[in-house]
Design a protein around this ligand. Sequence first.
Ligand code: NAD
Length: 284
Amino acid sequence: MAAQILDGKSLAALVRAGVKARVERLSQRGIRPGLGVILAGDDPASRVYVRNKQRACEETGVHSKLFGFDASVSETQLLQRLEALNSDPAIHGILVQLPLPRHIDAARVLEAVSPAKDIDGFHAANLGALLAGAPRFVPCTPAGVMRLLEHAGVPLAGRRAVVIGRSNIVGKPLALLLLQKDATVTICHSKSVNLGSITREAEILVAAAGRAKLVTADMVKPGACVIDVGVNRGADGKLAGDVDFDAVKAVAGWITPVPGGVGPMTIAMLLENCLHAAENESAT
Ligand code: NAD
């Protein structure tokens, strides 16, 4: 039987509707959630991501302000802008669009975001809180994956989960979140040997490597839940994930499409995190 498609687009629309209602309630108390976005350089994909995020903000009533910089921007200029945003009471969440130009130390810039406004959850304080099992801001893509799993009722406790990819923004935080839900988690990466023998054990398999068609049908346990985080642009200009969707959907129990799976959930979680930041601020 073909896999059930996990429709991130419609779940994201539900989440956004919830955010919109809560933004309205907050605005009755005179608070409008505000997002400050830093975009440095002219990477076309980053421009599209930022535009989509800002559009989603507009739709839900979150105020967003873009600070664009040339690729030649200095680290000091970015740090100064962050300092101003950190102390701006109209800004509750700060987003630094990655990748930053090569000459910038991205880790130093991300650490300069106030942890209370770090709605991407990339600051070491927030990653540490997640590691300690008391998450504050959870990185948006892993949070979106967990929401998809929860909404579909995919069992996690005691199940074997395999995450392909060990980045700080996707693979590692997602592995921690799955662990918190009592899954038995394995992380694979570019140096893992015989990937298929590991992925075939997975009841939940997440691909976050950025390699088109890395996951083929023979690497998937029948009935598994396959989540495709990857975004790869083919020679034809079309987007594809890391999973060979057509072949794998015949084997898996659940599967996310690309586009329309994890991507829309990432933006929905960003809005939720921004709302939380504003609600937290209003409670202090
Ligand atoms: P990254 O490049 O930082 O990390 C990739 C990881 O994959 C690394 O840990 C690497 O060891 C591993 N890897 C690479 N090739 C591999 C292979 N052949 N076998 C096993 N592991 C391998 O990337 P990232 O930022 O974690 O993003 C991963 C993918 O997810 C990218 O395609 C990115 O565009 C996409 N992404 C999508 C969203 C979304 O909202 N849908 C958000 C963030 C990232």
